[in-house]
Design a protein around this ligand. Structure first.
Ligand code: NAD
Length: 342
């Protein structure tokens, strides 16, 4: 039987465990998988772009498991009463192709994206980083802030969103968590004393949410909201200032901030830094940029982790997803049993 973790189960699990303990463990799973990058089958995700957004399938596999995620990105959705990003996904056994775990992945995506940002910042930001600027205060924002505290140790969050209500929502959610939180009136103000800047805005446009002047020396940037053709967040001049780190170059060159740059623009793959095969930050005054678009291996890691967490608990339950006739050649026999001829 396939085990299923639905939204109610995921909400109970995250509420009981807490976001920061989960992110801390999830980063261990992510690091394990990034360090064995060569074992995975990799391809850019399969995307359907429409005027209102993107619908994407994100597959990958190793020798044991195959995983895919269905995810959308519709920046105009909140104005119409829907979320920008929703998702679900599946983990299957490679040896027989049977799905073993299926999960809601709207929450799991927020957790894995936050954990990936924090893992990148842990490797690339200055170790004394304490102040995070969050540009964009929607669904991903609180997860990003808490992951950055869990992994990097930030204690202060400066929030800017062009929607004041969203910024105040984020501040309201984060203040009880013990962070020093301030709502800024511009991206420049939010970044004025920031050690790490995370841009997590949603707009189907080539934007300069962050201008070159907003970025002071020594800052680490996680740019997570520029993740599809024609949807970017950074002034391209910022990319010239520092080393740019990416997940999977063939996908990032299509979807990431570097789509604004020539096809041979130099990038470093994050897995190489995490494996000790490439340098990360080499100077405290350097600007480091993680041009994140979200890659299938991150979803593989979070599905693997959630399955391990749910095993032997009531956070997942068997679902009747795959027809399993006793005789594997007699699928028809199932129907015959249910509908005997009169
Ligand atoms: P959301 O719609 O809930 O929130 C986005 C926020 O950005 C909104 O509050 C909006 O007002 C704000 N915003 C838009 N343009 C802005 C601007 N110019 N300046 C300041 N604020 C601005 O979306 P979300 O679910 O939080 O996702 C944020 C972004 O992250 C989306 O673009 C999404 O596609 C992307 N994303 C990336 C990954 C990844 O792995 N890289 C994963 C998940 C989501």
């Amino acid at each position: 039987m396939t085990e299923f973790m639905g939204v109610r189960d995921a909400v109970r699990w995250v509420s009981m465990r807490g976001i920061e303990p989960i992110v801390t463990e999830l980063v261990e799973y992510l690091e394990q998988d990034f360090r064995r990058w060569g074992e995975f089958d990799k391809a850019p995700r399969v995307a359907k772009y429409t005027p209102l957004g993107a619908i994407e399938l994100m597959p990958t596999c190793d020798a044991e498991f195959y995983a895919f995620k269905y995810v959308n990105g519709h920046p105009s959705n909140p104005a119409r009463g829907f979320q920008t990003v929703v998702a679900f996904g599946v983990l299957a056994n490679v040896h027989n192709g049977y799905p073993v775990f299926m999960a809601e992945m709207t929450l799991l995506t927020a957790l894995r994206t936050a954990a990936t940002s924090a893992m990148a910042a842990g490797a690339l930001a200055r170790p004394d980083s304490r102040v995070l600027a969050l540009i964009g205060a929607g669904s991903q924002s609180e997860f990003q802030a808490l992951a950055m505290r869990a992994i990097v140790g930030i204690d202060t969050v400066m929030i800017y969103d062009r929607d004041q209500d969203a910024a105040e929502k984020c501040a309201r959610n984060l203040k009880p968590m013990g962070l020093h939180v301030t709502v800024a009136s511009s991206a420049a103000e939010a970044c004025a004393h920031a050690d790490i800047v995370t841009t997590c805005t949603a707009d189907k446009s080539v934007s300069a949410v962050l201008t070159d002047n907003d970025v002071r020396p020594g800052v680490h940037i996680n740019a997570i909201g520029g993740d599809c053709p024609g949807k970017t967040e950074l002034d391209p001049a910022i990319l010239d200032r520092g080393p740019v780190f990416v997940e999977f170059p063939p996908q990032t060159r299509i979807e990431g901030e570097i789509q604004a740059k020539p096809a041979d623009f130099p990038v470093t793959e994050l897995w190489k830094v995490l494996s000790g095969l490439a340098p990360g930050r080499t100077d405290p005054d350097q600007v480091t940029i993680f041009d994140s678009v979200g890659f299938a291996i991150e979803d593989f890691s979070v599905l693997r982790y959630a399955r391990d967490q749910a095993r032997g608990t009531d956070y997942a339950r068997p679902i009747d997803l795959i027809a399993e006739p006793e005789d594997p050649k007699d699928l028809f026999g199932l129907i015959h049993v249910l509908s005997p001829v009169k």
